[in-house]
Design a protein. Structure first.
Length: 331
């Protein structure tokens, strides 16, 4: 299969997070067919990471990595003259195809790189966390995410939290007999909206999103419970932000910090255009896989959308850029 055919074949295997077994099996078989030494790293159930190196080169200095899982819903592939469409086209099945083609081309040039394809990036990076316990001694890891083939100067971190407000139920005709958890939650969110967030002159601002709100029992019942899920994109250390969030919310709600990944400044290479990745990646969970670089074809602005696509020209360009990067790093 050529670059475009492989991209479409991967898209057409449904691999929404927690259901990556089939795409992992396909990649394992395909990599063996292409002459790699491939193995699976079991994660849970049928889910497994796929690691492949060349015979006689089990410990390459450079490993290319990205993820096999996608967000819902599953969208089958299609194409026109300039683009390939479907779920995972740019995030990140087109990247998988480009990395495989690049590593094959590098082999012909005498550079023996490996590939590591992971499960769970879209949710909790469970595959990356497991892989991090089994490094193979690589000096560099080129991670693929849709950056429009620009090298990321930095990747924003992430802080996910839940606000949980508690109240007391009462008949809505007598609100003085109850205590509205929704009122408390609304006030807590209002205070967080007014809070000044950190900024970095090069990276930009820390941002906040209120993703979900739930609460109450019925329109005629004073709400005894309410909660909201929030997601911050970080541009620096997180400790002070956590303290300020907790202080601002005060007694209005319980603050439950669920997950965080650190802000990272990344290695660059001369001659490549650069960008700032405002999104998260597996990189913070792969600290034992070498110094990270971040680049891939496709735009994050169409990832996770109903019209996700990748430009064919960017896929072709990515293969050449990946090869050039590896050659510079191996010097």
């Amino acid at each position: 299969m050529d670059l475009f055919a492989l991209t479409r074949r991967l898209i057409d295997i449904e691999s929404i997070t927690a259901n990556e077994g089939a795409v992992g099996d396909f990649l394992y078989d395909e990599l063996l067919r292409r002459g790699f030494e491939a193995r699976k790293m079991p994660v849970e159930g049928t889910r497994a990471n796929v690691l492949a190196t060349w015979p006689g080169h089990a410990h390459p200095e450079i490993v290319f990595s990205t993820h096999m899982d996608t967000v819902p819903p599953f969208i089958t592939s299609s194409e026109d003259e300039g683009r390939i469409y479907g779920r995972g086209a740019c995030d990140a099945k087109g990247i998988i195809a480009a990395e495989i083609m690049a590593v094959e081309k590098l082999r012909r040039a005498g550079i023996f790189a490996g590939v590591l394809f992971l499960v769970g990036e879209e949710r909790d990076s469970i595959g990356a966390k497991l892989a991090n316990q089994h490094p193979i001694g690589a000096r560099f890891m080129i991670n693929g995410e849709p950056t429009e083939n620009k090298l990321a100067l930095a990747s924003k971190g992430a802080l996910q939290l839940e606000l949980v407000a508690h109240g007391k139920m009462a008949h809505s005709a007598y609100p003085e007999l109850g205590e509205s958890a929704i009122d408390k939650l609304v006030e807590a969110l209002h205070r967080l909206h007014a809070m000044k967030l950190p900024e970095d002159a090069e990276i930009g601002p820390c941002t906040k999103n209120v993703g979900t709100i739930q609460g109450g029992r019925a329109p005629n019942v004073i709400a005894d419970c309410a909660k909201a899920d929030l997601f911050y994109r970080l541009v620096g250390p997180v400790d002070e932000l956590r303290r300020e969030i907790t202080a601002v919310v005060g007694e209005l709600a319980e603050v439950r910090f669920l997950r965080e990944t650190p802000f990272l400044r990344l290695r660059t290479l001369d001659g490549l255009p650069t960008m700032i990745a405002s999104f998260g990646t597996d990189i913070p969970s792969l600290t034992n896989w070498g110094e990270p670089l971040l680049l891939g074809p496709g735009s994050i602005h169409v990832a996770h959308t109903e019209h996700e696509f990748v430009e064919k020209a960017q896929l072709v360009e990515a293969v050449e850029i990946y090869c050039a990067m590896a050659k510079k790093l191996s010097c």
